[in-house]
Design a protein around this ligand. Structure first.
Ligand code: ZN
Ligand code: ZN
Length: 712
C-alpha cells in the first residue's frame, strides 16, 4: 500500500479532467481525492504500488482530448488509514496562482446526437453542452473556473441537471454551463426596434424569416453574427449595403460537409479541419456553379466556409438546409457586438430581426480564419477555438511582458514564465470602440492569468493607438520594437527556434522603420537579441502617405515615374483619365511635399494591381493585392529576365520589374499571365537577396513572415 501526491498543471480545468481522474481511479479501486486549485489539479491517491504506477502511466495517454498536460509530478506521502473511496473535492483558491483556460469549443458528437433525439430531455435545446464542448473563454469572469464565476451563475440548475453535475460518471459532471429547457438560458426573437415577437417555435419562425430574405442578427458564442440566405442575391446585397462593407467577403455557414462540397472542393484534410473542435472558417476556391450570391464575395474566387458550432447554429442550419451568410455583427470597422442592448442599438439599421438569448457573453471573440496551402494550415485570424490557449516560448522570460501590438488586426500579448497569451482578434485600432475593447481585454487577461507586467513593448509607429497606450502606461520599463523585427521574432517563437541567427524575410504593407521611413519589403539578419537590416526593397516615394494606401493608383504613378516610364505612355496607355492626379503626384515627388519614402511590398503589389487596371481605389485592406493574386495564373512558370538584387546597394530593385510589367501590358499580354510572371519574378528577387545574405553570413535558415491578408 502506498499513497502518492500528484500535481498536474496545464489545461486541466473545464475540460472533464476531474471526472476522468475519478473514473480512472475508481476503475482500479484506488482511494483518495482530486481537486482543482488555481494552478491545475491536485490528486492524492492510494492503493497497491503496481496499480498506482499504472495510473500514473495512463493519465497522459487517456486524458480528455482537449486537455493539455504541461507538468505532472508525484511524491510519496504517508498512507491514510480507513479511506474507502475516491472522491472529487471542491475547488481551492490559491491567490497569485493561475490555471490555463480552455477556449470555447464546438458542439461535440454526443451532444449533437442528443440535440436531435426526440426522446432526449434536451431535444432541440439550443444551449446543450457537456464537459467536452460548449462555451468557456467567453463566459468566464474570473478564476478558478466554476459556475459562480461565469455568466451562467444566474441560472439555478434544476434537480435533474444538478444530479448530472454531481455524478462523476456522467459526461456533464461539473460541466459549468450545464443546463436544460427547464432551468437554463432561453431564446427570444425581437424586431429591429427590440420589441419581442411571439412564436410557438422560435427557430422555425427565424428560419421562415431567413427564407423570406430577411437579415437576422444571431447571438452566438463570442458575439453577434448577421445572417441571411447566401443564395439570395437581393438579401446579401441589402446586408452589404447596410453594413457599409462594399467588397470585403462574407463568410458562409453550411449545414454539413456534403453541402459544403457543393460550394468548394474539399479534401479529407479540409473536412477534418472544418469538423475540428476549433471549428474555424476555412478559405477555399469557390466552385463555378456554387449557387452562392455574387455579393457574398465580389471579385473574389475564394469563399470562407464553416460548419455550425453551437447547438443554436445546428438547429437553424438543419431547419434552413442551405448555406447562410454569417458575418460579424458590426458596422464597417467597429468591433463585433456582443451585449444584447448594445447589439440592438448598433445593429438595428442593419438587421431586420434579432435572435437572442439570456446567457450573457462576457468576452467578445470572433471566428477564427484558416487557409490551407499545400497541406499546411495557416491561421489568418486566431480567435474562437484557440484563444486563450498560450503559445509556449522557447525560453522562460525573467519577467512578465505586455506587448501592445500594431494598429491593423490588433492582438496584444501577455507573458509569464515561458507562456505567451496572445489575445483574441481585437480589430483595427482606429476608433474608440476598438480601443476600449483593447483596454478591457488587457485587464481581463491580466486578471485571468494573474499577470502584472513589468515591461511594456510597443511598435515604433508614433501614431498607433497601441503605441500611445504603451507610452502613457504606468509601467515604467518601456521597449520599442521595430515592426518587422517583431514579425520575425514571432515566427521564430511560433516555430520554437533556438536563439541563433536566421535570415528573416518580412513581406509586409506598413511598418515604421528605424530611419522614420515606411518599411515593408525587408531582409533582416536576426536572432532573439537583435537584428541588422541586410537589404530592403529599394525606396520609392509614397505621395500622400496614408492616402496612398487606399488609392493604389498613387503608388502606381510613383513607381512608373521612378522606373522612368515615359509620360506619354503613362498618360495615354496606362492612366488615361488621371491626368490631373498624375501632375499633382509628379509635383509632390519632385518637391517631397507630403511624401514619405517606403520599401513596402504591399504598396508594390498595389502599384502593379493598378498599372494592370485591376484596382485603383480600395475599400478594404489589401484589396488591390488580393485581386491581383486572384487574377494571376498560378500555372505560369515564367519570370521576367533580369537581376533584381543590387549587391552593392543591398536593395531589391523594382525598376526593371515595373518596366517589364508595362512592356507586357503594352504588348497586350493577358493580365492573368502578367500577374503570374510578376509573382514569380518577385519570388526570384527575394531568393537572390536571401542567397546573398546566406553567403555573406553563412546562414541557411530562413524565416518568412509579414503580410497575411484576411479575406473575411
Ligand atoms: Zn458535448
Ligand atoms: Zn435543468
Amino acid at each position: 500500500m502506498k499513497r502518492f501526491k500528484i500535481k498536474i498543471t496545464g489545461i486541466v480545468q473545464g475540460v472533464g479532467f476531474r471526472p476522468f481522474i475519478y473514473n480512472l481511479a475508481s476503475a482500479k479501486s484506488l482511494t483518495g481525492f482530486v481537486l482543482n486549485n488555481s494552478e491545475g489539479v491536485d490528486i492524492e491517491i492510494q492503493g497497491p504500488e503496481n496499480l498506482l504506477k499504472e495510473f500514473l502511466t495512463e493519465v497522459p495517454y487517456k486524458k480528455p482530448v482537449i486537455s493539455l498536460i504541461r507538468e505532472l509530478t508525484h511524491t510519496e506521502i504517508n498512507v491514510i488509514k480507513k479511506e474507502s473511496e475516491f472522491i472529487i473535492k471542491s475547488s481551492k483558491n490559491l491567490p497569485g496562482k493561475f490555471v490555463l483556460i480552455s477556449p470555447d469549443l464546438a458542439l461535440c458528437q454526443d451532444c449533437l446526437k442528443e440535440l436531435f433525439t426526440l426522446s432526449d430531455r434536451r431535444f432541440k435545446y439550443p444551449f446543450i453542452n457537456c464537459t467536452n464542448c460548449g462555451p468557456r473563454f467567453t463566459i468566464i469572469k474570473d478564476v478558478p473556473y466554476d459556475r459562480e464565476k461565469t455568466t451562467m451563475s444566474e441560472f439555478e440548475m434544476c434537480s435533474k441537471c444538478r444530479t448530472e453535475y454531481n455524478a462523476p460518471s456522467v459526461r456533464r459532471f461539473h460541466a459549468q454551463p450545464n443546463a436544460c429547457h427547464d432551468c437554463g438560458p432561453s431564446l427570444s426573437l425581437k424586431d429591429s426596434e427590440g420589441r419581442s415577437i411571439s412564436a410557438d417555435d422560435i427557430i422555425e419562425k427565424a428560419v421562415d424569416l431567413l427564407q423570406k430574405g430577411k437579415i437576422i442578427a444571431i447571438k452566438g458564442l463570442g458575439g453577434f453574427h448577421l445572417a441571411c440566405d447566401a443564395q439570395n442575391e437581393e438579401a446579401v446585397f441589402t446586408l452589404r449595403k447596410r453594413k457599409i462593407r462594399e467588397d470585403k467577403p462574407f463568410a458562409v455557414m453550411v449545414p454539413n460537409p456534403d453541402i459544403a462540397e457543393k460550394l468548394v472542393d474539399l479534401t479529407e484534410n479540409d473536412i477534418r479541419i472544418l469538423k475540428d473542435i476549433t471549428s474555424p472558417i476555412l478559405i477555399k476556391r469557390k466552385k463555378e456553379d456554387s449557387g452562392i450570391a455574387e455579393s457574398v464575395a465580389p471579385n473574389n474566387k475564394d469563399l470562407g466556409i464553416m460548419l455550425p458550432y453551437t447547438p443554436l447554429h445546428h438547429l437553424i442550419c438543419k431547419t434552413f438546409g442551405k448555406p447562410l451568410v454569417m458575418t460579424s455583427g458590426n458596422k464597417s470597422d467597429e468591433p463585433i457586438a456582443f451585449h444584447d442592448t448594445e447589439a440592438i442599438s448598433r445593429l438595428s439599421g442593419i438587421a431586420d430581426y434579432f435572435l437572442i438569448h439570456n446567457r450573457e457573453i462576457y468576452m467578445r471573440c470572433d471566428d477564427s480564419v484558416v487557409r490551407e496551402v499545400n497541406g499546411h494550415i495557416y491561421l489568418l485570424r486566431r480567435a474562437r477555438g484557440f484563444v486563450p490557449f498560450p503559445v509556449f516560448l522557447p525560453k522562460k522570460s525573467s519577467c512578465s511582458i505586455l506587448a501592445c501590438g500594431g494598429m491593423l488586426k490588433n492582438t496584444f500579448c501577455l507573458t509569464r514564465d515561458n507562456l505567451a497569451f496572445i489575445s483574441h482578434h481585437i480589430g483595427d485600432l482606429e476608433n474608440l470602440e476598438t480601443l476600449n475593447s483593447f483596454e478591457e481585454g488587457i485587464e481581463h487577461f491580466k486578471k485571468l492569468f494573474s499577470i502584472s507586467p513589468r515591461v511594456i513593448v510597443y511598435d515604433l509607429h508614433p501614431e498607433y493607438l497601441s503605441t500611445k497606450y504603451a507610452l502613457d502606461s504606468k509601467i515604467e520599463k518601456k521597449l520599442g520594437i521595430q515592426h518587422h523585427f517583431a514579425h520575425i521574432l514571432s515566427c521564430m517563437s511560433d516555430n520554437n527556434l533556438p536563439n541563433k541567427k536566421v535570415i528573416g524575410v518580412a513581406c509586409d504593407g506598413t511598418g515604421y522603420g528605424e530611419d522614420g521611413k515606411i518599411w515593408g519589403g525587408e531582409i533582416l539578419i536576426a536572432d532573439y537579441e537583435g537584428y541588422e537590416r541586410f537589404a530592403h526593397l529599394d525606396y520609392f516615394p509614397l505621395p500622400g502617405g496614408d492616402s496612398a494606401v487606399i488609392n493604389p493608383y498613387k503608388s502606381a504613378i510613383s513607381l512608373l515615374i521612378r522606373a522612368g516610364v515615359e509620360e506619354d505612355i503613362i498618360l495615354n496607355k496606362i492612366f488615361p483619365g488621371y491626368k490631373e492626379e498624375y501632375f499633382i503626384i509628379k509635383k509632390m515627388i519632385e518637391t517631397g511635399f507630403n511624401t514619405v519614402d517606403t520599401s513596402s511590398l504591399g504598396r508594390l503589389f498595389d502599384g502593379v494591381s493598378s498599372i494592370l487596371g485591376i484596382r485603383n481605389i480600395i475599400n478594404y485592406e489589401g484589396q488591390a493585392a488580393i485581386e491581383l493574386e486572384q487574377v494571376s495564373d498560378p500555372e505560369i512558370n515564367l519570370s521576367f529576365s533580369g537581376n533584381y538584387f543590387n549587391k552593392e546597394r543591398r536593395v531589391l530593385e523594382y525598376i526593371n520589374l515595373i518596366k517589364n510589367v508595362v512592356k507586357a501590358k503594352l504588348e497586350e499580354k493577358p493580365t492573368s499571365e502578367i500577374g503570374g510572371v510578376f509573382h514569380n519574378s518577385l519570388v526570384e528577387m527575394f531568393i537572390s537577396g536571401i542567397s546573398s545574405a546566406g553567403e555573406e553570413f553563412g546562414i541557411n535558415e530562413v524565416v518568412l513572415s509579414g503580410l497575411s491578408l484576411i479575406h473575411i
